[in-house]
Ligand binder design. Structure first.
Ligand code: SF4
Length: 702
């Protein structure tokens, strides 16, 4: 097994890599290369977490890399914004013109330039290295990268001290597993394999999720609470733990902060109160508390779904308090896991070079704009409080026109004729359609990268398996080229992609092992908080956060009702969540035909009672709407939806949907309590049958 670049083209080789997608599993890949062509992508059997298995999406990675619609040359816009009309240009032409435009803006107001990126690739090199150096040196606005995980991340920081938790492999040894806000079968497949092991060994599995997911089907119990009520459930569990003295007093005394205050708060939440808020029986809460309080080791797997509501940060904080109350952390198979990414010794300042930022902008560093409110930000005029209007946008590793909330505002912003937009992409996404220039980017099979994981604790190296397709260049190469054209002479702009891989962890990870094996496991204790030692300022699990209190926030976790509270609107009586369709990963893979064929069509799951009340038949085209907008999709009349809650599966490309829209037409730009994150699952709507539209509905022609 070796690098394809060192191998005669005729000899079949297998090249080690890493899955780049926004998924906690971070699988180790093996790409078979024959005659310079990647013929197969499979899981690396030598990597313990991957065990040779990939999900259906990435098993089809060659279909994606060799897709006939790959962008293979730089393109310049020739038609109106959003029309998708482009003509090829050379790299020299594209770079020269982009440089000219950015230079002119930067001379007046560098903060008028905004980068926009997220986890289209999770790689540290292609996602957060040369790009950051470029924008720091330019003095561009900074981006608050909040769109997925920042509410939960902030909650973990305030409670446990960082994005830390159990080692995923030890879930296999737990006796009780709460899968809370996670459709693990769809979005955390390799964790599910550990759960299966635990189940075979007699563990009880409980799924807590408003939607009856495939994961809920396979658990012993499903608790279908209302969206945005997880904190109420967690507080009621605490109430029962206290009332029945299912507590580890020694652990609480030695390793927690704020017990008395939390106790007082939790005692305000008897199961009956929470049952009313959550829409579940009080007895179900009592039973869950009994199970959790009397079973060891007990493990909780959270995922990010539960934090996409107004009180999402508080909800994660409340759940994160539970293992310290019962002393579950004493066991390596006890505790909780939302994200493991805080455990990696990434050298971000070396990779990103924030020291390159000019300090002369308003006497401090450049302003920061929130990616979750990009719709509003693009439409804002210049003002003393906002600063300059956004004049240029450089988008990479993201498809905001499809994935950002409140789409009509986002589209309006991207359609501004005076906005100069550059998009680095593989495909003509909804966002690329609005670009002035599209620059062809390499896929994971074509470039170097190095990866941490937010679901396990291994570092993975990704070697290029094949040459870049067409004229594609890696993101890091494109920003290196732009830096050269802009006249940036700092030596760090000369670092190669492979050099950046080496810099990412420095001596914190054995790079030689990455080169030979493809992955390296962090040396971490099996039960990280068995004796406390949380990475908080106090070293304890902080039930009470003085840091939050200092910000004028509640120092204790509490239930915060949704911004759009069910029952508060007669016009919009249904709560909507928008979990991912199983065969897509956010908006990635929607254009892979074989996956879209499996997924079929944009679907809204609606409970039979809600469907009947509206005269909606299974498969009918429906309009989902609120004051922000509306979108069309097909009804799936199903008990996967709980009464009063509809599930709009996402995230379809708008132009591949029924009328050029998708679920984000109705989601809002309101933010969470912590972490300034979006509230995709805090959304009231109404649904009506569209009798005049045929059930077969056709995709929108862009
Ligand atoms: S399960 Fe996740 S990490 Fe593994 S191949 Fe699929 S998307 Fe990538």
């Amino acid at each position: 097994m070796t690098s394809a670049t060192n191998t005669p083209k005729s000899a079949p080789t297998q090249v080690r890599g890493a899955c780049p997608h926004d998924c906690p599993d971070t699988c180790a890949l093996l790409t078979t290369v024959e005659h310079g062509q990647a013929t197969r992508v499979q899981g690396n059997p030598a990597h313990p977490h991957t065990e040779g298995v990939l999900c259906a999406k990435v098993s089809r990675y060659t279909e994606r890399s060799y897709h006939p619609e790959r962008i293979l040359t730089p393109l310049r816009r020739t038609g109106p914004k959003g029309s998708g009309q482009f003509a090829p240009v050379t790299w020299d032409e594209a770079l020269a013109e982009i440089t000219q435009r950015l230079t002119a803006i930067a001379a007046r107001a560098p903060e008028a330039i905004l980068p926009y990126s997220y986890a289209g690739t999770m790689g540290l090199v292609q996602g957060e290295s040369m790009d950051r150096r470029f924008f720091h040196r330019l003095g561009a606005s900074q981006l608050d990268r909040t769109i997925c995980a920042s509410a939960g991340a902030e909650a973990l920081v305030q409670t446990l001290g960082g994005k830390v938790g159990m080692k995923v492999e030890f879930f296999a040894q737990a006796k009780l597993i709460l899968i809370w806000g996670s459709n693990s079968i769809g979005s955390n497949l390799h964790f599910w394999r550990y759960v299966q092991q635990a189940k075979r060994n007699g563990a009880r599995l409980v799924c807590i999720d408003p939607r009856k997911t495939e994961t809920a089907d396979k658990c012993h119990e499903h608790i279908a609470l209302r969206p945005g009520t997880d904190a109420a459930l967690a507080l009621a569990l605490m109430h029962e733990l206290i009332k029945n003295d299912w507590l580890d007093h020694d652990y609480i005394t030695r390793h927690t902060l704020g017990w008395e205050q939390l106790r007082e708060r939790a005692l305000q939440w008897p199961p009956e109160r929470a049952a009313e808020v959550c829409g579940i029986p009080a007895e179900q809460i009592r039973q869950l508390a009994r199970d959790y309080g009397t079973t060891q080791p007990a493990a909780i797997r959270l995922n990010y779904g539960m934090q996409r509501v107004r009180g999402g940060g508080n909800a994660v904080r409340a759940v994160a308090c539970l293992p310290a109350l019962t002393g579950a952390w004493r066991h390596r198979a006890g505790g909780m896991l939302l994200s493991s990414s805080g455990q990696f010794p990434v050298q971000r300042t070396v990779l990103q070079r924030p020291d390159l930022m000019p300090r002369w902008v308003k006497g401090g560093v450049p302003r920061t704009l929130n990616m979750s409110t990009i719709g509003d930000e693009l439409l804002r005029e210049a003002s003393p409080s906002f600063g300059p209007r956004i004049e240029a946008l450089v988008v990479y590793n993201s498809n905001p026109v499809a994935v950002a909330p409140d789409s009509s505002k986002v589209v309006q912003g991207f359609a501004r004729e005076d906005l100069f937009t550059v998009v680095l992409e593989h495909f003509r996404t909804d966002t690329a359609d609005f670009a002035d220039f599209i620059l062809p980017a390499t896929t994971q099979l074509e470039h170097w990268d190095v990866h941490l994981s937010y679901g396990h604790t291994d570092v993975l190296l990704n070697r290029p398996a094949i040459a870049p397709q067409g004229q594609a260049r890696s993101n890091a190469q494109i920003f290196r080229d732009l830096a050269a054209h802009m006249g940036f002479t700092e030596p760090c702009f000369g670092d190669s992609d492979e050099a950046l891989c080496r810099q990412a962890f420095g001596s914190g990870v054995d790079y030689a092992l990455l080169e030979t094996q493809g992955f390296a496991t962090l040396a971490l204790p099996d039960a990280p908080f068995a004796e406390g030692g949380f990475p908080t300022p106090s070293g304890q699990c902080e039930f009470y956060s003085a840091r939050l209190a200092a910000q004028g926030l509640d120092g204790l976790p509490d239930h915060l009702p949704n911004h759009e509270l069910q029952g508060s609107s007669a016009r919009y009586p249904l709560a909507m969540i928008s979990p991912p369709a199983r065969n897509f990963l956010n908006s990635t893979f929607v254009n892979v035909q074989s996956l879209r064929d499996i997924e079929g069509r944009p679907v809204l799951e609606i409970h039979p009672d809600d469907a009947q009340a509206r005269g909606i038949d299974d498969g009918a085209v429906v309009r989902v709407f609120n004051d922000r907008g509306s979108y069309l999709c097909h009804a799936s009349v199903s008990r996967r939806a709980r009464p009063g809650v509809v599930n709009g599966l996402g995230i379809w490309w708008r132009k591949l949907g029924l009328n050029g829209t998708n679920v984000n037409e109705v989601t809002s730009q309101a933010l969470t309590d912590l972490g300034r994150a979006p509230t995709f699952y805090d959304c009231l709507v109404e649904v009506e049958a569209c009798a005049h539209l045929k059930a077969a509905g056709t995709p929108h022609a862009a």
